[in-house]
Design a protein around this ligand. Structure first.
Ligand SMILES: [Zn+2]
Length: 346
């Protein structure tokens, strides 16, 4: 700090003094809207950085709730959030309000589906990937390429992580790089390989720097390929060159196969969790109080503004207002579907 400058007069002074941002860049960051899809480990580290950087609007989309086992790596949450069973989007929004009350933050407790993804990304200047699965990333990629919205991919497992900045019409898209999802069971997951918070936070930091470059319009310094890091072995890889595939179904041929999938009732196992999510085909608007009273026959029931939780047949079942349920203690899709049908309905 130069002599004579007031201390703390501007909360962003250290950032706007940085050559890549400046006062004009800070204004753009403030005018920016970032939609964060998935608020687990990557998403919560990202939201934390973006809120502190002064991004004007942050929309946080997440389908899950906070648990004690998240706290090792999910930087926005604490023991009180886990005890209250708060949805991650809601707990994250409350944390943002404490970190930076200037940020207009909007939590959205939902699964990202073909039915809602386009509307979600269309409102964004930049989309930040905090998801933990390929299916959602393909969906986000389709929606972002179709709507011309840049997004920053991120993923981490073990001590490694990857990031890529995708600018429709300019760079390769996610599908240019990964034309098809990996075969089921072929990839390490956080469940099989574990995950280091340090690896996640490194990737989140790279992603957030890319988000800021996109918001301030620094085209020259943006990452031009896939960045991979391993915080344990200290390997770094920057893959550049001809990544864009002219035959890519998404950005080459503009066939949005994931977006055009008709939303149907579906089940999905959750990464890093001994749990299954069951979703109705279309979002519902459940009366949680009513459902809670019905479920009292099963034993003690927890109800808050966002969810109902009970134990059925030895499994913890959490039902959200949009009709989704997360059933813990099983990786069997059929078991989860059957419990859902019996206790919530089809
Ligand atoms: Zn492509």
């Amino acid at each position: 700090m130069a002599i004579g400058e007031p201390e703390g007069g501007d909360r962003y002074s250290r950032q706007s003094r940085f050559w890549g941002i400046g006062a004009a860049g800070q204004q753009r960051i403030r005018a920016g809207h970032v939609v964060v899809i998935g608020c687990g480990a990557l998403g919560s580290a990202g939201v934390n950085l973006l809120a502190r950087a002064g991004v004007g609007r942050i929309t946080i989309v997440d389908r899950d709730f906070v648990e004690l086992s998240n706290l090792q790596r999910q930087l926005l949450f604490d023991e009180a959030d886990a005890a209250a069973g708060l949805p991650k989007a809601v707990a994250a929004a409350r944390a943002v309000a404490r970190i930076n009350s200037e940020v207009e933050v909007r939590p959205f407790v939902a699964d990202v589906t073909p039915a809602n993804v386009e509307e979600l990304v269309a409102a964004a200047d930049v989309v930040l990937d905090g998801t933990d699965n390929f299916e959602t990333r393909y969906l986000v990629n389709d929606a972002c390429v179709k709507r011309g919205v840049p997004w920053v991919y991120g993923g981490a497992v073990g001590s490694t992580g990857m990031s890529m900045t995708i600018v429709p019409g300019e760079t390769a898209c996610f599908r240019c790089l990964f034309p098809a999802p990996p075969p089921v069971g072929s990839m390490e997951t956080c469940e099989t390989a574990g995950v280091l918070a340090a690896g996640i936070v490194t990737v989140a930091a790279i992603q957030c720097a890319e988000v800021l470059k996109l918001l301030v319009g620094d085209r020259e310094n943006r990452s031009r390929g896939l960045t991979a890091v391993d915080v344990w072995t200290n390997d770094h890889l920057q893959a550049e060159g001809r990544l864009r595939d002219p035959d890519c179904p998404c950005c080459g041929q503009r066939r949005f196969e994931y977006l055009d999938t008709v939303a149907t009732s579906r089940t999905a196992s959750l990464c890093g969790r001994d749990a299954i999510q069951v979703s109705p085909g279309q979002a519902q608007a459940l009366d949680l109080g009513d459902l809670g009273r019905k479920l009292e026959v099963t034993g003690p029931v927890t109800v808050n503004d966002y969810l109902v939780r009970c134990r059925v047949d030895g499994h913890e079942m959490t039902v959200f207002a949009d009709g989704r349920a997360i059933i813990k203690g099983t990786t069997d899709l059929a078991v989860a579907r059957s419990l859902y049908a019996r206790y919530v309905g089809t």
